[in-house]
Design a protein around this ligand. Sequence first.
Ligand code: NCD
Ligand code: ZN
Length: 328
Amino acid sequence: MQTITLTRPDDFHLHLRDGKAMSSIVMDSARQFGRAIIMPNLKPPIVTTKQALDYRKRILASLPEDCDEIIRAKKSGHIHAVKYYPAGATTHAEDGVTDIKNVYPQLETLVEQNMPLLVHGEVMDLEVDIFDRERIFIDRVLAPVLDRFHKLRVVFEHITTKEAVEFVKAGSDNLAATITPHHLLLNRNALFAGGFKPHHYCLPVPKAEEHRQAVLAAATSGHPRFFLGTDSAPHAKHDKESACGCAGIYSAHCAIELYTEIFATAGCLGRLEAFSSHYGADFYGLPRNQETIILEKRKWTVPEILSFGDDELVPFRAGKECQWKLKH
Ligand code: NCD
Ligand code: ZN
């Protein structure tokens, strides 16, 4: 093959526009050119030094973060994936991604580094019904991205819909999903049963019963691309029981017990270990753990409250029974 090597060129006459338009085109230039002289014909035009310097800042801010960071992360040996949050989709995701196209260069690097992308799969479009945000995310974002980046490894996190289940099943071996205990146990009625239940509020929000059943069937099916991920997300009691309550369910105090109960109730206990202990490590390319744990069929009652730093939190199943207990 014939190749030609050049000193990186500069573009001495370029229009980048501004705002969203700029964000969607700036990488086309940045991929090729080291520097550029940017024309000032905005509306209104750039005429003062201050305006020019402010414009320069906006241009630099619109460039994606350095892909070298991904390479550094991979080299660390301890960072195993990169998380994708749509901007504003969930807790502290204000600085998330506004348009997946803005991070295409990073996705290329993830492919090169064989590093998985972990996806919070909800569109952040307030026009879209909150119960549809995961389903619409598949069509608008995830499917096109996987079409474009065939080799990108993706974990569709905390799936909640039958559409997500079907999409993962139909996908390649590069696509997997995590499933939480609360999405296996709750449907959306649990948020409103006998009054609003803030401790059942999480994102993605639990869906209708048919969706819970589809997710349950996937988890207990023995399919190797569905595996355990609790999304245990503690918030102080007062932050949940508030006029603007935080999303997140704390389940870590009884997570494996809940999964055990779920698999036992479904008559699939024999498939629990692969779901909880094999498939995730296999997908990540990590060794499976060598130690074992023991669970006993024994009822116990979850505390009403747990301490949480200087605060308190209300754990999942507070004051109610669990059927299995981890033996210490
Ligand atoms: C999580 C949190 O509080 O950090 N909340 C949640 O409801 N799951 C964020 C997230 O995973 O969306
Ligand atoms: Zn989470």
